[in-house]
Design a binder for this molecule. Structure first.
Ligand SMILES: [Zn+2]
Length: 327
């Protein structure tokens, strides 16, 4: 088993967040989430201070719009996805109170996205007005972090999620859409935050999720697809939420995640041999944290210079757990 090369991953994450150039320009449309991925991964590795705190906070506020929503970068329109990322960043940096009276604006923004059937659109600026269970999760998670869950119609939110459950026990983007592990995370996460997991057939869902593990140890997002490190988060955290994570092989999954790391420049890719990125680096490390890497797994870390111990992570809000307990 390979070891987790902490120093290399830290270098990779800091470089990705601070190097200005072509790649930086090309990823502007998702920058707020990029900052969240890098900061969370660094915090799990115990190296949060590697990025400039004040600069990060100023960036978040430069993306706050008049209507209370956050955009990925200042010249883009706000969406619920980047609003959740922005709030998560403020939680990690312990700067949530800097929102001040703008907190009410953010709550109003989230509220404005809910439809009468309980579903959510992603942004008032999106002409398509498409709904997505991802938006439901982002809305509920944002309000949870702001201690304002009651701002939306919670019963209708739950009813809509329930309507998205398929005959195989898993969930899709909308009512009747194909089951997908990413949407399972969003739907199960929404229900977990609202303490309504009892409305789900957890046995059936557990089987569908456990079926995602392939012989290589990695998990895929739906049947017949290739393994991908990010499902080490979406599928595994869902299994943790319904208390069925023992239904997959932890050691094989940890081995798969570690095998997708870039040995030279650090960072984790979607699968071995591919180019690493901050998204898969976070979800790989977050997956290892859920597996309690080097805690009770008895993974071989003999080749590691120091004793690596990742901080525990919250399986629903994907933030280091200590931040949520302090609140
Ligand atoms: Zn992926």
């Amino acid at each position: 088993m390979k070891s987790l090369e902490v120093d290399k991953h830290v270098n990779f994450l800091v470089k990705a967040a601070t190097t200005r150039g072509f790649e930086w320009e090309m990823t502007e449309y998702l920058r707020m989430s990029g900052i969240y991925w890098s900061l969370t991964a660094l915090d799990l590795l115990g190296q949060l201070d590697k990025l400039p705190r004040e600069e990060m906070i100023a960036y978040v506020f430069s993306c706050l719009h008049e209507n209370g929503g956050f955009s990925p970068a200042p010249n883009h329109y706000p969406t619920i996805i980047y609003t959740l990322s922005a709030i998560q960043v403020l939680v990690i940096l312990k700067a949530l109170d800097q929102l001040g009276e703008k907190k009410e604006k953010v709550i109003e923004f989230v509220k404005s996205l809910q439809n009468t059937d309980g579903s959510f659109i992603g942004s008032p600026d999106d002409d398509e007005e498409e709904t997505d269970t991802r938006f439901s999760f982002c809305a509920v998670a944002t309000l949870k972090l702001l201690n304002s869950l009651n701002a939306i119609d919670l019963d209708k939110t739950v009813q809509h999620i329930k309507a998205c459950q398929n005959f195989d026990g898993a969930f899709g983007v909308r009512v009747g859409s194909e089951s997908h592990a990413g949407q399972v995370f969003c739907c199960v996460g929404t229900l977990a935050l609202l303490e309504k997991l009892d409305i789900v057939d957890q046995e059936l869902l557990g089987w569908w999720l456990a079926d995602r593990q392939l012989p290589c140890g990695g998990l895929n997002g739906r049947p017949m697809k290739k393994e991908d490190v990010c499902y080490s988060w979406w599928a595994l955290s869902s299994l943790v939420m319904i208390k069925k994570s023992a239904w997959i092989d932890h050691k094989k999954l940890a081995e798969f995640i570690l095998s997708a790391a870039d040995e030279e420049m650090g960072g984790i890719a979607d699968r071995p041999g591919d180019i690493p990125d901050p998204f898969h680096t976070l979800f790989g490390i977050a997956g290892l944290s859920l597996l309690q890497y080097n805690n009770n797994l008895e993974l071989d870390i003999s080749s590691s210079k120091e004793n690596v111990k990742l901080k525990p992570i919250d399986p629903v809000l994907c933030l280091p757990s200590y931040l949520l307990h302090e609140k």
